[in-house]
Design a protein. Structure first.
Length: 117
């Protein structure tokens, strides 16, 4: 499995940004795909996930209502739509994949999101 994250950048508080994660290497019907982030000096944290087959999503409380995960089956791409960004959302964002019921074993390179106040 290969994952390629993109779309990061510098934005102001209140702005929106969409990250993409292009996946390849196999079919993902039995996979969950997730977004994680790591802020400077902090541990990596879970942001949200999507079940590739049915499209059900799950979010961390810190982003619920502001972030939305979706996927495009034809493009094998997962998205993270981030609205109303806050300075505390500043982090390197990673996409990851796992077979359902296992841990996240496949990781993309990170993409940096910086939110200025």
């Amino acid at each position: 499995v290969q994952l390629q994250a993109s779309g990061g950048g510098l934005v102001q508080a209140g702005d929106s940004l969409r990250l993409s994660c292009a996946a390849s290497g196999r079919t993902f019907s039995s996979y969950d795909m997730g977004w994680f982030r790591q802020a400077p000096g902090k541990e990596r944290e879970f942001v949200g996930s999507i079940n590739w087959s049915v499209g059900s999503t799950f979010y961390a409380d810190s982003v619920k209502g502001r972030f939305t995960i979706s996927r495009d089956n034809d493009k094998n791409t997962m998205y993270l739509q981030m609205n109303n960004l806050k300075p505390e959302d500043t982090a390197v964002y990673y996409c990851a994949a796992r077979r359902i019921g296992t841990r996240y074993d496949f990781w993309g390179q990170g993409t940096l999101v910086t939110v200025s106040s």
